[in-house]
Structures are given as structure tokens and as C-alpha cells.
Design a binder for this molecule. Sequence first.
Ligand code: AMP
Length: 191
Amino acid sequence: MGYNIVFFGPPAAGKGTQAKIIESKYGFKQLSTGDMLRAQVAEGTELGVRAKKIMDAGGLVSDDIVIGMIEDNMNRNPDAKGFIFDGFPRTNAQAQALDLMLAKRDEKIDLVLELDVDYNALIERVEIRAAKEGRSDDTVEALKNRLDQYRDYSSLILPYYQIQGPVHKIDGMKSIDDVTQQIENILGPLL
Ligand code: AMP
């Protein structure tokens, strides 16, 4: 049975960076809805064209679309040792859909990690990432909207997870190595 982890936190908290490190160290499969959507945009699919407008404005793409993408990717990886959900779920509907999809496989969310980063640090990180990666949603205006979406929708799913088990808070202000170490300190004894 797979081991399933949710990486939770605001935009630019370091979810993707840490998910990739943990993926390669432990052999889990990272599922990032942001990466999946950016791949659709890069391919110029109809979905990509529609999603780009929403992403560039810092809004949330519809639940049906991201849930469908996650389900496809889970089905395509039946032998995964476990999944790291990165940037998903972002709404209550997504969290509930994820539980159902996992239940069909006789699985559940085993661990929720919340990456905690100061508001000002997020803004600085996005400015640096904008210069490095050129992401079209790393603008001041889009970031403001993404942070609003996080506050208004995404952060509200934490209580949903807290009633199921502990949500582990990670100090995301530390160096990349330090954050990885904090994650491994929690993960190691559980595996
Ligand atoms: P991310 O790379 O996770 O920051 O995602 C980039 C953008 O993709 C977000 O600002 C949203 O527009 C969209 N997106 C990614 N994941 C989701 C999701 N789970 N639900 C809705 N929209 C999403």
C-alpha cells in the first residue's frame, strides 16, 4: 500500500523544491497540479489556453479539471510507493475528492506537512523566481491574488486534515537543506 503525503503551504513556500528532493530520496511520485497545468500551457492544448488566463491572474483553476488531472496521474502510476501531493488539494472539494480517490485504492493521506513562511519572504522569493524562471504568474498583482486564494480557500482545508490526524508544521524560513532535514525527521520514523 502506498504512503501518501500532502505538501501544504502558500505559493513560493518551497513545496515543489522539497517535494522533488523527497521524491528522489524515497522513491515517491510527486504530483504537482501547477506543473501539470504548466505542461498543458506549454503544449498549447485547449485546456492550457483556458488555464493560462486563470493562472496568470493568480486565480484557481476549476476543481473538476485539477481533480481529473490528479486521478489520471494516479491511475498512470499504479505501482508508485506513494504520492506527494504538491499544490493539491487547494479547496475543500479537492480535499474530499482526493480522499475518495485514495479510498478506491484502499489508501488514505498518511501525512500532512505545512510549510510555514512569512508573507514578506514569499514576496521576495517570488521576485527572485520571476527573474530566474520567468513564470508568467510571478508578478506582484498575480501573487497578491494567489495569496488571497490561499487565505480564502486553501488554508481553510487545514481543519479538514487536522480532525483526521496531526498536521506537521515545518519552518520554511530555513535553508533548503534544513527544511529537508525537518521533513525527514518527521517522515523517517513513520516509514
Ligand atoms: P503552483 O505551481 O502550485 O503555484 O500553481 C500555479 C497556478 O496553477 C495556481 O496559481 C493556480 O492558478 C493553478 N493551480 C495549481 N494547482 C491548483 C489546484 N489544486 N487548484 C486550482 N488551481 C490550481
